[in-house]
Design a protein around this ligand. Structure first.
Ligand code: G5P
Ligand code: MG
Length: 225
């Protein structure tokens, strides 16, 4: 009999480390990582209709409308329907959470809680590799060669929405939406909250939790990061 697929979500404020922790998860477990923000940035770069629509909201620190996001992510999920997956950045609203639950009953929601003052300090040093979504930080996981992606050597960029005034709007927005989302998933009995100031402190607890749901890649068991 085929192993049961594992379907999960990672929640957390802007720059709480969702992308960083997700990167470690996919190194250790066989699942597809779907980051709504990474997917939208790729659409913006390709100037697709979704990209053109999303860009104005992202630059203003606002959420892209639910209807657009639900359609977009539903279509991304259809591409990985025969795999285990981890959704990062979606859902962001109760309407999105309800729509997702109609598509798939998830097994686990990982909720990251990092103090806002830590977040504000972090975003200033964030650099990303746009095609892959790989994320670096000057103070935390600096690229081997400054300004270049470790794997491809391609240039790194800073996000337009990491300007301090936009970050504050994104944090306010998150503060408004997080409560209802957390209550919704608590009600489903699938929420696990991880609190800390550093990814290296949060990660071992996330790893331990995930190991109770899915087997690890054999190759990754010696070095988990
Ligand atoms: P995104 O792209 O989903 P956010 O705001 O949810 O954006 P973001 O900014 O991508 O989340 P993250 O993934 O939680 O943050 O964090 P990260 O990138 O891993 O880490 C942040 C930085 O901290 C990095 O530089 C990392 O290296 C560093 N770091 C990590 N751990 C540590 C540590 O321990 N110490 C230190 N010093 N540094 C560390 O969404 C963008 C926009 O798209 C739209 C919205 O407009 C949104 O604002 N959007 C949606 N709109 C509507 N509905 C949706 N579902 C949407 N999804 C996206
Ligand atoms: Mg991210």
């Amino acid at each position: 009999m085929a192993a049961k697929l594992f379907k999960s979500v990672i929640l957390g404020a802007p720059a709480s480390g969702k992308g960083t922790i997700s990167g470690r998860i996919v190194k250790n477990f066989n699942l597809a990582h779907i980051s709504s923000g990474d997917k939208l940035r790729q659409q913006i770069q390709e100037k697709t209709p979704i990209g053109v629509e999303a860009q104005k909201y992202i630059l203003a620190g606002k959420l892209v409308p639910d209807g657009t996001m639900i359609k977009f992510i539903s279509s991304e999920l259809r591409k990985v329907s025969n795999q285990s997956w981890l959704l990062d950045g979606f859902p962001r609203t109760l309407a999105q959470a309800e729509a997702l639950w109609e598509i798939e009953k998830m097994d686990l929601v990982i909720n990251l809680q990092v103090p806002y003052e830590v977040i504000i300090a972090r975003v200033k040093g964030r650099w990303i590799h746009l095609p892959s979504g790989r994320v670096y930080n000057e103070d935390f996981n600096a690229p081997k060669v400054p300004g270049k992606d470790d794997i491809t050597g391609e240039p790194l960029v800073q996000r337009e929405d990491d300007k301090p005034e936009v970050v504050l709007k994104r944090l306010e927005q998150y503060g408004r939406m997080a409560g209802p989302l957390i209550t919704y998933y608590e009600g489903k009995g699938i929420l696990r909250t991880f609190i800390g100031e550093r990814t290296d402190e949060i990660w071992p607890k996330v790893l331990e939790c995930l190991e109770t749901y899915i087997p690890r890649h054999k190759i990754s068991q010696k070095s988990s990061q």
